[in-house]
Design a binder for this molecule. Structure first.
Ligand code: BGC
Ligand code: NOJ
Length: 837
């Protein structure tokens, strides 16, 4: 296969620069950081939504369409007979120059054709429910240019799912209003919706269209809409069918002249009583023949961004926002490829996964999944240092979907924050993740008050207990659900959603993910949960000790009770470790599970799926059997059996046929997804396991194999998906095309890569008392520094490793004073930290 380059990093601007529009797959970016979000590809494809990609979809997108990625915010420029788009699509007119720069929450797409340059900056200003599209048109030639410019976007009828299904209704509901240069989309505003959207431009327009059939033509293509071909707008008003928004603007440019057109796609919510305005200017809650929608808020937003100066200011604010966020942890290692991931892209991806969970990407349709319980807890570990207050709220939202027995809804909808009944609960790893997320938050912030927050069960008012009690019942859920070997029962599945040991499905019409499980009488136990329990229960015990020793006030527990709780859980940990050593060790590695009938999974005795990554990762992270050499053995087995050029596969050998007793895992062809794909998410577990065992060289090697900047340099064509972020899965060694990436952006890999490199490789780890310094390096690494802002203080940490050791520090000097151990005690102000390994 050819190995082309489609772009490169520009670290000084924190951008990835795409120089060829025909990337092997659309390479996208995300705009928006809080409520209003957009996806944007390198050819301006994508869509926008408010909070929830299913219930508040603003613009329409057709996934998996032909040609690929053919819906977006498009600008048609007609210059004489030539029609082109700044981002090449959908006309695909060859450009004289093309460049897309994906940056931190913005994208700039520039095209040039016949001496005209059109450069469009797309971003969602901070605290704004809208996407700004600032188009700068420039005449680079010597002749006057008379251009015709059309904008084009297609409205989604709000519900991203029914929009694609319910045409008997949808084709009759569409409604718009047009006033001045603004097109308002008000479908269903007459009834229960109190929101509308609009698309404006900051200049008088010479025409518009809002009906898709009129603008594009029923049998025409977006590459040449009828109106654009003809050169004249038709001023159509959509009544049902498919409402769109297209402005028509005539632009004349003298040689060398430059003009900005500022478009704004906005979303507005209105109070019931003042949704409508009558001709006399009075408000009404009801539509009527001569009523129009209340446009005041839209006009205010438009006025906020109607000049170049205002837009540039908003853009500068967005950049300052990112400067600040990315100033919290800055590494200087002398290795560009490492620095750009640590300091820029990995942290950026963490923000995106925190915001989106697994809802909206070019692989996740935004209608399938809400926020995952386990996913969101893991995501927040990658994000908590950025904006801890948002992580705090997230923890409370997540915990509010828990059941009184500690079980959890597996997902919830971001808009309603309610547990999702379609998928339900019963994934027995879920409760542990709440400990993982909450302790990370408290270590970062020192904010113990979160444990006193009153949090309901299943969002039922009146059921509230403190968050600490949620943690307690989470732990209890594990120890109350043990199987015949005193190992945790797996339930519907553990982290591996596809290892469905209680499913037994022969019906292709049922989803493995939602079908009723037959856990009655099941002996299915999980070694992954066993390891996860040990890791998170140790965190819980440490938290209890800390609460006791610091005498932290709590509404239901006192210091003595926290101590007793720590002791109770320490015993449970010991028992779990003993159970793993007794019945979870296979001789050379940790078993993966016992199935419904009590047979081993992930054992040398099996013909396929002899070894799995999850239990090697979690049991080594937990340090189970470290002294007896079990961790080293398990990690060596990983290298021997599961490592390949592109990373570590999930299991080996891959399943070659469907095993009804295992479910979805064996539904995938060999080398893909959970069946021996390189599931990037769990590679860091092994990497952390390597650091626990002190094997820095191995940790580094595993880490760089899936580190985007390393992959980018080697294989852009083969890897296919965006080279600046991690993807969920890279085809494994048994696949048809090993190394091919899929499911980019929304993956727990982002948070785990961050957690791994920041806390275990570079080794700067927040603890209750301060920063723990515990690097684990390849022996080639001789020195580096990290600047870490932490609870308002700033630490400038310099690590030197003259002997090329892999682990262990010899001395720690803080502000000139030697410190015992490896914790830099927290104190306010600026500090220098000298570390020698
Ligand atoms: C995928 C998993 C995913 C699950 C739930 C499965 O089809 O293979 O990776 O966790 O669906 O969405
Ligand atoms: C993706 C899901 O979002 C995550 O929750 C799950 O753990 C992995 N797939 C593995 O199946």
């Amino acid at each position: 296969m050819e190995n082309k380059k489609y772009g490169h990093f520009d670290d000084a601007h924190r951008e990835y620069v795409i120089t060829d529009p025909k990337t092997p797959w659309p390479w996208i970016n995300y705009l928006g950081n809080e409520d209003f979000f957009s996806l944007i590809s390198n050819t301006a494809g994508g869509y926008s939504f408010y909070m929830d990609a299913k219930f508040r979809r603003i613009t329409r997108y057709r996934y998996n369409s032909v040609p690929m990625d053919n819906d977006g915010r498009y600008f048609y420029i007609k210059d004489g007979d030539t029609v082109w788009n700044p981002g090449w699509k959908p006309c695909r007119t060859p450009l004289d120059f093309y460049e897309t720069r994906h940056g931190m929450s913005y994208t700039r797409i520039t095209g040039r054709k016949n001496d005209v340059e059109a450069s469009v900056l797309f971003f969602v200003p901070l605290h704004t429910w809208g996407e700004v599209q600032k188009m700068t048109l420039k005449n680079l030639g010597n002749e006057v240019k008379k251009l015709k410019v059309w904008s084009f976007q297609e409205w989604c009828l709000w519900n991203g799912a029914t929009d694609m299904e319910n045409f008997q209704r949808n084709f009759s509901t569409g409604e718009v209003e047009i006033e001045d240069s603004v097109i308002y989309h008000k479908t269903e505003y007459r009834e229960r919706r109190n929101h509308y959207s609009f698309y404006s431009v900051n200049t008088p327009i010479q025409g518009y269209d809002t009906d898709r059939e009129t603008f594009v033509g029923l049998y025409s293509e977006k590459s040449m809409p009828d109106v654009v071909a003809e050169g004249t707008p038709r001023n159509s008003w959509a009544h049902g069918w498919s409402p769109i928004a297209s402005h028509y603007i005539e632009v004349e440019l003298q040689p060398g002249e430059e003009k900005d057109l500022i478009f704004l796609l906005g979303y507005v919510e209105e109070k019931q009583e003042q949704k409508w305005i009558a001709p006399d200017g009075s408000f009404s809650d009801k539509d009527g023949l001569d009523m129009v929608i209340n446009k005041a808020q839209a006009k205010k937003m438009i006025a906020d961004f109607n000049t170049t100066e205002k837009v540039d200011k908003a853009f500068a604010e967005l950049q300052a926002y990112w400067d600040n966020l990315l100033g919290i942890y800055v590494a200087k290692t002398g290795n560009d490829k490492l620095d750009r991931m640590v300091n820029i892209w990995n942290q950026y991806q963490c923000m995106v996964t925190f915001n989106m969970s697994r809802s909206a990407s070019f692989f996740e349709s935004g209608i399938g999944r809400g926020m995952g319980f386990r996913d969101s807890n893991q995501d927040l570990v990658g994000f908590v240092h950025q904006i801890p207050q948002r992580a705090r709220q997230r923890i409370i939202d997540i915990a509010s979907t828990q059941f009184p027995d500690g079980g959890c809804y597996h997902q919830y909808q971001p808009l309603s924050k309610r547990g999702n009944n379609d998928i339900g609960g019963g994934f027995n790893d879920d409760p542990c993740w709440l400990i993982f997320g909450t302790t990370a938050y408290i270590k970062e912030t020192g904010d113990y008050s979160i444990l006193n927050e009153m949090v309901p069960f299943d969002n039922q008012p009146g059921s509230e207990v403190t968050l600490f009690e949620h943690l307690m019942i989470s732990m209890n859920h594990v120890i109350k659900n043990l199987g015949p070997h005193a190992l945790p029962l797996i339930g519907r599945a553990d982290w591996n959603d596809c290892l469905n040991l209680n499913c037994f499905s022969w019906d292709p019409n049922e989803s493995f993910q939602t079908t009723e499980n037959n856990s009655e009488g099941s002996k299915a136990e999980s070694l992954m949960i066993a390891g996860l329990f040990v890791v998170t229960a140790k965190d819980y015990v440490e938290l209890c000790h800390t609460l006791a020793s610091k005498n932290i006030e709590h509404s239901t527990f006192n210091a003595q009770q926290f101590e007793a709780e720590a002791n109770r859980m320490s015993e449970a940990i010991d028992k779990m470790i003993a159970a793993v050593k007794k019945d979870g060790w296979d001789g050379e590695w940790f078993l993966r599970a016992y199935d419904f009938a009590g047979n081993k999974i992930g054992s040398n005795e099996n013909e396929e799926g002899k070894i799995f990554i999850e239990s090697q990762g979690w049991c080594t992270m937990a340090g189970i059997g470290l002294e007896e050499g079990l961790c080293d053995k398990a990690l060596d087995s990983v290298k021997e059996r599961m490592e390949c050029e592109h990373g570590i596969v999930l299991n080996n050998p891959a399943y070659t046929h469907y095993h009804v007793e295992m479910g979805e895992i064996s539904s995938y062809p060999e080398g893909y997804k959970e069946n021996a794909g390189i599931f990037c998410h769990n590679n860091p577990w092994v990497i952390i396991g390597e650091t626990v065992a002190g094997r820095g060289n191995d940790a580094w090697k595993h880490y760089t194999k899936i580190l985007p900047s390393y992959v980018e340099e080697k294989y852009q064509t083969l890897h296919k998906v965006e080279p600046y972020v991690n993807c969920q899965m890279v085809a494994g060694k048994d696949a048809f095309r090993p190394g091919e990436g899929k499911n980019s952006w929304l993956t727990g890999t982002a948070a785990w890569m961050w957690y791994t490199v920041s806390e275990f490789i570079l080794g700067v780890k927040p603890t209750y008392d301060g920063l723990l310094i515990d690097p684990c390096l390849p022996s080639t690494a001789k020195e580096y520094s990290v600047t870490r802002r932490f609870r308002g203080a700033e630490y400038n940490i310099h690590v030197s490793n003259p002997q090329g050791n892999q682990k262990g520090i010899k001395s720690l000097v803080v502000d000139g004073n030697p410190v015992e151990g490896n914790i830099v005690p927290f104190s306010e102000g600026k500090h220098t930290v000298e570390v020698v390994m």
